[in-house]
Write a new protein. Sequence first.
Length: 243
Amino acid sequence: MSLRIPIIRFSDLDLSHPQVRTAADVLLRTVAANLAGDATGCVISGPHGTGKTTLAYAAMWRAGAYVPWKLSEEDGEFDWDRAAPIAQFMTAQDLIIRTLDTTRPETAVNIDWKERGIPYTIVDDVGREGIIPYISTNDRTQLEEMRHRYWLLLDYCAERARHGLIITTNLALTPTNELAAMLGDANWSRLLKLCPIGNMVSLHDVPDRRIIIGGRQPDGAITAKPASKARFPAQAPRDRAET
């Protein structure tokens, strides 16, 4: 990952809103299942500002982190400023435009996350992929290419490798199911295979936390407290020379 993602735990979050609490519980169950080797998925849907990405960060760090030793400190000290998550986080735009770039040779878009020991992958902001480069800007052509790239992801996760997948999206699940309409039938079927009943959560009644932070609505949306150090499982590199 090129961007430094803040270290956030679920206990850092305001989970007082019942829908946010439900989303957190689903994410915790999903993470636990994947860490136990049971490939499981979930979807967190909601409008801007309801805390989807913050929850996704907490789910990412829940798997633990690789943390190098502080070489200037005595044994047992970790350098949390250089912590790297064990789970994988990416935006939908990075996934579709860069990771699954089908305009490159076929071998360049081979997915091997499970084989590399990644317990599950989080894809944030599905539905905000943007225009796919080097593909006709015709709306239908863009949609077909996007569906094909999501098929590569979901076929890997649900069929070929059984790899855990957590999705956040602004697209509504009800009443029109905008997410299913965007993904298409083949992809939606694979996503349903990954996600047990109850693992698709809507945050559409949660107030915009950004507005709340600005003091313009009553409290009730998700907020993050300042992160603290060494509060979830860490794995230090075996060879300190690597750090």
